[in-house]
Write a protein that binds this ligand. Structure first.
Ligand code: EPU
Length: 443
């Protein structure tokens, strides 16, 4: 088999119309904000609905670009995807007549690769493009492919496409990952629900979105259980049924708003927030010295009593859940710009997720980038308005945070990256008193 190679050079999707955020910073955020459903749960739940021909219904689905892309990808396969009201999606995969996920879909969104497991398990074959996604380093899918092979599939790679087949039915087996992978775990689990026999997945990723997916699969009649923190076991069944589910709150959006409150010296209550899902970040707030209070489904940050220089520098390292999520590394870095002293950052999950700090510098942050995984942040920095460009989703939200904390006006290009994963982010910040608008980027 030829090696899977990055292929984005061959196909670049039509760019969306350029938009920019204009932000007047320096105003403490105040008020209450509702956290949306989790992007990284919703996308997998929509894919899981393809495991049955019966109708599935999802509530609390975030109104974001990635969900719209996933809905389009499913419709192209012949799946009925209804969107009867905001936040509600219904999926009926009775007639799937096109077992082909094209390059156009995959290049727009890496998460389209999550269709490999469900389509292969239910229909016995699929041709799926090598995915693209965020520009945060090499994003291989070898572990997904190995997992399918461990379940008895034959997978060949030719000209940018994986040709997967499982003559007869997938067979349960042992899926052993050499490293932790979120979507790899999910793909293996989804495939195993319709396989013949018992599957053990180890080490299984422990992200809350995976447990949300397990809950939904069980409602569909699947026999899936997390038997140890790092082990998921599945007894395959022949058929699954339709089910309804409300998507778990987005812990990355939660983290983004927690930092927003802290760096603007504000006081914000998050509703529909799961405190235990952001425990690693709350621990960081404690070490840095920002007061946070957890309620049953609320979290409050009160930074109004903090003076410049009050925050302590710390060292952080990202890791799979329950560690500090790589997706909150960028917002956390914005927080560390306000700590008095040197904080060190180790991005251990992805390559090149440190690069965005060069843009943060434009707003006055003092950052040394040592290599693709390490940086140090010297604080407290007096952030000032500037022009900067968003390169990926989480870095984008973090540049907004820095601009909200900065004195003066900022123009942040590349707003479409943020629309991929944050529901109405500008409207939510406006509701908290921020001066932020999104408009056509004419610069
Ligand atoms: N990896 C491989 N081979 C594979 C799969 C992963 O080498 O086949 C490597 C990756 O390159 C990376 C590490 O394993 O270095 C972990 O990647 P993982 O597979 O866990 O990431 P993912 O499933 O592709 C999901 C989220 C990401 C989030 C990561 C880590 C979705 C759609 N995406 O990606 O979310 O950063 O887990 O938590 O669930 C985001 O929302 O902005 C985002 C990038």
């Amino acid at each position: 088999m030829a090696d899977a190679r990055p292929f984005h050079w061959e196909y670049i999707p039509e760019p969306p119309p350029p938009e920019a955020f204009r932000i007047e910073g320096g105003r403490p955020l105040q008020g209450t904000v509702h956290v949306s459903g989790a992007k990284n749960a919703a996308l997998k739940l929509l894919a899981a609905a393809c495991l049955t021909g019966e109708r599935c219904r999802f509530e609390n689905v975030p109104e974001i670009e990635d969900v719209r892309v996933m809905a389009e990808v499913l419709r192209d396969l012949g799946v009925v995807v209804d969107h009867p009201s905001p936040g509600v999606y219904e999926v009926a995969a009775g007639d799937v007549d096109w077992l082909f996920v094209p390059l156009e879909a995959a290049a727009k969104m890496r998460a389209s690769f999550i269709l490999l497991g469900p389509l292969l398990a239910r229909f016995g074959r699929v041709i799926i493009s090598n995915p693209g996604g965020d520009r945060i380093g090499r994003r291989p899918v070898n572990l997904h492919v190995d997992a399918m092979r461990a379940l008895g599939a034959e997978v060949e790679y030719r000209n940018g496409y994986y040709y997967a087949s499982a003559p007869g039915r997938l067979r349960g087996g042992e899926v052993r990952f050499p490293q932790i992978t979120v979507m790899g775990t999910e793909n293996a689990m989804l495939a195993a629900t319709l396989a013949l026999g018992h599957t053990v997945i180890r080490p299984a990723a422990q992200e809350p979105e995976i447990d949300d997916l397990i809950t939904f699969l069980c409602k569909m009649g699947a026999d899936v259980e997390r038997t140890y923190p790092d082990t998921i076991e599945v007894n395959g069944t022949k058929r699954l049924r339709g089910a309804s589910h409300s998507v778990v709150p987005d812990r990355i959006e939660t983290g983004t708003f927690l930092v927003a409150a802290a760096v603007t010296g504000g006081r914000v209550t998050l509703e529909n927030a799961a405190c235990d899902h952001v425990a690693a970040l709350i621990d960081i707030f404690g070490r840095v010295g920002v007061p946070v209070a957890c309620g049953k489904r609320t979290i409050e940050v009160d930074a109004t009593g903090l003076r410049p220089g009050d925050l302590r520098p710390i060292d952080i390292e990202t890791s799979p859940y329950p560690g500090l999520a790589t997706d909150v590394q960028p917002p956390t870095c914005v927080l560390l710009t306000q700590a008095s002293g040197v904080s060190r950052v180790h991005e251990a999950v992805f390559e090149d997720r440190i690069e965005w700090l060069a843009e943060l510098r434009k707003l006055g942050a003092k950052v040394d980038i040592q290599d693709a995984h390490h940086a140090s942040i010297h604080g407290p920095a007096k952030l000032h308005g500037a022009e900067a460009t968003i390169g990926d989703l989480r870095a984008g939200a973090s540049l907004i945070l820095a601009a909200l904390a900065a004195d003066g006006g900022s123009l942040i290009h590349g707003a479409h990256h943020v629309q991929r994963g944050y529901e109405n982010i500008d409207a939510k910040f406006q509701q908290l008193g921020a001066r932020i608008t999104r408009s056509a980027d004419t610069a």
